[in-house]
Structures are given as C-alpha cells and as structure tokens.
Design a protein around this ligand. Structure first.
Ligand SMILES: [Zn+2]
Length: 248
C-alpha cells in the first residue's frame, strides 16, 4: 500500500505532466489535502464540469488508486473542466482506518463540518459548484460486488444501468435486494430527484454536492474483498462511462 506522502508525490508528478494545476486546501498532521484542476480545451461552448473525489474513508484505497491511474495514464477527457480531490482523508489512509486521525467519519460531516478535511472540501465544492456530474469513490467491506448510489434530477435510471454494465465487464456486481439498509435493484440504490437531504444532519459529501445544484451524482462502492486490481478497474470503468454518458 502506498503511504499518503508517496501517493501525493506520485499524483503531483503525473498531474503536472498532464496539464492539471494543484491547489492545497489544508494540511492535517503534516499531510496536505489538495485538489487538481484542469480547464476544458477546445470546447466552443462553456465546457461541462465534473467533480471527482476519493479517500474520504481511509481504509478504502481503491478510490485514490483509481484516481492515480486516471491521472497517470491521462484517461480523463480534455474537453471537460475537471475538479479532482484524490485523497480527502490522508491520516485515515496512513493508518488504514475509515475515520480520520481524530476518530471522525468525514462522510457524515459535510453539512456543518467539524473537521478540517471536510471543512476544506466543502469550501472547495462551494467555490467550484455547480457541476454537471459528480462522483464519490468508495469501497464497502461487506458487499460481494460493486454497487452504487445515484441521485439525479431525471428519474430515468438507464444511464446508471449503462454505467453498471461497463463496470460488470471488470468484475461482479452486488445483486442483493437490500444493501447497507437501502432497497437496491441490480446493484443500484436510486435516490429520487426530490430525495429529502434536508431531513438529515449528518450529510455525506453526495448531499452537499446535490444541495448546490441538481445534477447527476454517483457514489461508487467497490467490494473490499475483491483483488485491488479489480476494484481499481471497476472504479475507472464507472468514472469513464459516467463521463461519456453525462458529459459527451
Ligand atoms: Zn466509504
């Protein structure tokens, strides 16, 4: 497993080479939390805008590693405006824990943040929103296959099904009728457009993103029990297919 400092160095090197600028959002215990930005090139109209984040939970390395692959191999399309946070929780990543060093689950802290990490990422999202598509990369230690949460202003789930079909070529989906306490169908937990985000105080990042503008959001969950190469490949497939569909 990559140490957060090695991970950051690697991301920095490849992102600079591939035309991204880097912004340090804050530092926690000597680890920088940073965002990468790349402006869309050659688009006649204002470019579509995409937000991708990973590593909110420190024991879910597939997300950060998928972002490293997307940046290193320059797989994200150049016509988009991109805002990427490769590793939201470096102290958790260093210790292999879901929570940050202070023992807090950052993905319950995006409404009125009490932690430096979520506070910094919230400020970034507020200054950069609205997005046309946003993606939060996670893993699940209990699932048997890939699944995802979707919130979207249009209730048609055909886009989500197309993303899942691209993911399934890289490894199995979780077909359980209930996942993490929510009804699921074909590896999809589909939130309606009017999903009551205000009813909850402990917002995940997804709710903050959706509160800023009604756009397509997916929270991607790979199965931690599968080999890391498969989890990374599933994340990469989902990100690229979601972009193809929503931001052609
Ligand atoms: Zn997670």
């Amino acid at each position: 497993m990559l140490h957060p400092r090695r991970f950051s160095e690697s991301i920095s090197k490849h992102s600079l080479r591939n035309g991204y600028s880097q912004q340090t959002l804050c530092e926690v215990s000597g680890y920088p939390i940073f965002s990468l930005h790349r402006l869309g090139k050659g688009a006649a109209r204002p470019p579509l805008r995409v937000y991708v984040s990973a590593g909110v939970h420190g024991d879910e390395p597939a997300g950060p590693l998928a972002i490293l692959k997307l940046i290193e191999e320059d797989l994200l399309p150049h016509h988009l405006e991109l805002v990427v946070v490769p590793l939201v929780n470096p102290t958790g990543f260093a210790s292999g824990t879901r929570e940050n060093q202070a023992g807090h689950d950052l993905n319950r802290d995006f409404r009125t943040p009490q932690n430096a990490e979520s506070s910094a990422v919230k400020a970034l999202i507020e200054s950069e929103a609205p997005f046309d598509l946003s993606l939060s990369l996670h893993e699940d230690w209990e699932s048997t296959g890939f699944y995802m949460y979707s919130i979207s202003p249009d209730s048609n789930d055909r886009s989500a099904r197309e993303i899942l079909s691209a993911v399934e070529r890289q490894g199995p989906l979780d077909h359980s009728p209930e996942i993490d306490g929510s009804p699921a169908s074909g590896a999809l937990i589909d939130r309606p457009a009017d999903f009551d985000i205000d009813g909850r105080q402990d917002w995940p990042e997804a709710f903050l993103l959706y509160s800023k503008s009604r756009h397509a959001h997916y929270t991607l969950e790979t199965p931690s029990s599968a080999p890391i190469e498969q989890r990374v490949a599933q994340h990469v497939a989902a990100v690229l297919r979601a972009i193809e569909i929503h931001c052609p």
